[in-house]
Design a protein around this ligand. Structure first.
Ligand SMILES: [Zn+2]
Ligand SMILES: [Zn+2]
Length: 162
């Protein structure tokens, strides 16, 4: 598995299969991702290699540190002080479909509307931009694959917009 931040300054590679994927609804994880919950892919020591750049750190408590990209703000990982275990955010994977959660924590803070998300009126990204009669949208997000060493953040790429 490979992945990285939205701007592409930080990239990583995971050797072998992860231990498991979990969801955490706690308030600290909600804040850390700016979303309703975090989805973390738990790794064994040494499984992850930073292949481009190194992430920045925020100590969110006396027991853990959060890793992120200072340029684009993408939350990348949670690191437990005691075990050194690193858990990567599933949304930063190039293929997040491979990380299927099997357990949830922090359920005391689970938002009451979570269960209704699949039932919301919805459109695809393409449908959402179909009637956009303005200038074309160019994505500055790093593509969902590794790029050559001379690739630089901000270079227009094909793919999803938003
Ligand atoms: Zn970035
Ligand atoms: Zn949490």
């Amino acid at each position: 598995m490979i992945g990285g931040c939205q701007c592409g300054r930080i990239r990583y590679a995971i050797a072998g299969e992860p231990v498991e994927t979990t969801v955490c609804h706690c308030r600290m994880c909600q804040k850390a991702v700016g979303g309703p919950f975090i989805t973390l892919v738990q790794l064994r020591p040494g499984q992850l290699t930073w292949t481009r750049g190194t992430p920045d750190e925020f100590r969110s408590s006396t027991i853990a540190t959060r890793l992120f990209c200072r340029d684009c703000g993408t939350p990348l990982a949670y690191v437990d002080d005691d075990t050194g275990a690193l858990e990567i955010t599933s949304g930063s994977l190039d293929d997040p479909t491979r990380a299927v959660p099997t357990r949830a924590t922090g359920t005391e803070s689970m938002l009451h509307w979570i269960g209704g998300v699949p039932s919301l009126p919805s459109r695809t990204t393409g449908q959402n931009y179909a009637n956009r009669n303005k200038r074309p949208v160019v994505s500055f997000q790093h593509p969902d694959q590794d790029t050559p060493p001379d690739w630089t953040p901000g270079k227009p790429a094909q793919g999803m917009v938003g």
